[in-house]
Design a protein around this ligand. Structure first.
Ligand SMILES: [Fe+2]
Length: 139
């Protein structure tokens, strides 16, 4: 059985993770004002989590005998020093990532490799938690 559809979907997720690493690192460096106290560490943590996710997804693609992408998703990263805009762009990114992982989970439903399915499912739930956390932060 070919894993092409799954590999393509995981590569899409990898592209979004590579973009998220850049975006969160950029916002951690640029966030200004009193909110920097809390948001700079939060954005740094998100950048690290994206790196961890990217590593897991990349390794999963290799396991499926696919070739991982090396370029980030080209969706523009908007520069801003306004923390509320940063949170809005973060929410958009996490929502997008969660959707892509949700699609990957459909391909993985019947997968015989339970370790692979579990690894991607954990990331999927982490993305859903991030969406909810950002939604509460912006409330
Ligand atoms: Fe992620």
């Amino acid at each position: 059985m070919s894993h092409k559809a799954l590999i393509d979907k995981l590569n899409e997720a990898l592209g979004w993770e590579l973009r998220a690493i850049n975006m969160y690192a950029h916002y951690a460096a640029n966030v200004k004002g009193i909110h920097r106290l809390q948001l700079a560490p939060m954005f740094s943590t998100e950048a690290t989590e994206s790196l961890t996710h990217a590593n897991i997804v990349r390794q999963s693609i290799v396991k499926l005998l696919g070739i991982p992408v090396t370029e980030r998703n080209p969706h523009h990263i908007t520069h801003t020093t306004d923390y509320s805009e940063m949170l809005q762009f973060s929410l958009e990114t996490e929502t997008q990532a969660a959707a892509v992982y949700g699609e990957a989970m459909i391909h993985l439903e019947k997968a015989e490799d339970q370790e692979l399915r579990d690894a991607i499912e954990q990331i999927y739930y982490a993305e859903l938690r991030s969406v909810e956390e950002l939604r509460l932060l912006m409330d």
